[in-house]
Design a protein around this ligand. Sequence first.
Ligand code: F0G
Length: 482
Amino acid sequence: MDTVKLSSGEFVPLEMHKARIVQRITLEPIEQRKRAIEEAGFNTFLLKNRHVFLDMLTDSGVNAMSIEQQAAMLLADDSYAGSETYYRLEQALMDFFGTRYFLPTHQGRAAENVLANSFIQPGLVALMNFHFTTTKALVTLRGGSVLELVSEAGLEIESDLPFKGDFDLASLNAEIERLGTDNIAFVRAEAGTNLIGGQPISMGNMRAVSAVCKEKGLLSVLDASLLADNLYFIKTREAGFADVDLATITRELGQLFDIIYFSARKLGCVRGGGIVTNNEELYKQMRGFVPLFEGFLTYGGMSVREMEALAVGLRETLDFDVISQTPIFVRALTEELTRKGVPTVTPAGGLGCHINAFKFLPHIKQSHYPAGALAAAVFLAGGIRGMERGTLSEQRNPDGSEPLAEMELLRLAFPKRVFSLSQVKYIADRVAWLFANRELVGGLRFVEEPPTLRFFFGRLEPLGNWPQQLVDAFRCDFGDSL
Ligand code: F0G
């Protein structure tokens, strides 16, 4: 469902906005990029922005805001308790999800922390279509565990399945039977399933999961951080939804799940987060943790300016031309890379283009972090900063052994409405060049490995002299080009 079709029939991700404020960026020569990635311990999280040309680490907190959001920020009512801004945002969430109660948090993982403290006790299991890094870390920190129930087909990297984030409903029922409801903390559905490539979950599947939870008396939770992309895919891929308006879909979600939480760094394009529910008891159960961890109930660690912008950002999420921008750019890059033979996650999802490092670098063992090596190599090749989503992003088991990830992906995230089509063409060119030179790329090993969330600040080194070999090959092929 493209808004505008070209007479050539060519697919072009047409921007339905114009840039009014811009930020200057620079592309440093490859020799300087090599120094920068060495200083960063071959971890793209530790790169300094000044060395980065295209920052595709994440869309979190770095999406372009609209002029309406900027304008709303001037209307903020700053006060410790009871600010008008809070009530405007509470109303915006009531309109959006149709839910009555709202708890603000400073970002998504803070909402997860409130949930974990409220509902996880040692030994309890949280059932999910798939985990997210911070969700799992917080559940396990409280002594709980995570069980993933995404369907087998959802884990196939190359596929034409429209909703790879769907729960395997037979497994869900079987696991509830096996574990017993007393041992289950909650069932969590993640919209736009992040770690399997920004893949959506269907409305049909969410309805079914909700029905199972209602029947068994289990708490149902929706992580709506990536809901904007997921809404686009429900509209464009799910039978019967093309003519259903986005407001109707989001309001139904508010009825399907007992609790919805979100990172507003993604949903709403600001910096914040929150939890909504229609259930007064659940609201009261969680409420006490907000002043304890976040700030008073009417700001929850968020700036009131961001809260005003969030209220507007939620309304804009119901505009199809706004939410289509990320998926169509992801699709444009994925299709361009596929044409050049580069292995990617298909179908193209939301959030970013995901490159399959298993297939890109088959000569690198998983214990030498192929996706991490690919992230460093893509930075070297083009000043493009992506994020490893593979074994490096896993945490070690309690016995110290290292779980190998189901997928080794390099994510090139698209901050919403930030990059242009010429930048996409540049990315495709440099990644394709790297693919042609992939034999030069080697693995990585830790020199400093933190015990939790090691991918954020762990430091690594290359196995062998491959970064220099890559620099030499680049110079040979591109001369003095940046
Ligand atoms: N849930 C999902 C599905 C997420 O993608 C994220 C963040 C969070 C929760 C946590 O939210 O960052 O506001 O604390 N994802 C970011 C990313 C970090 O880059 O994918 P947060």
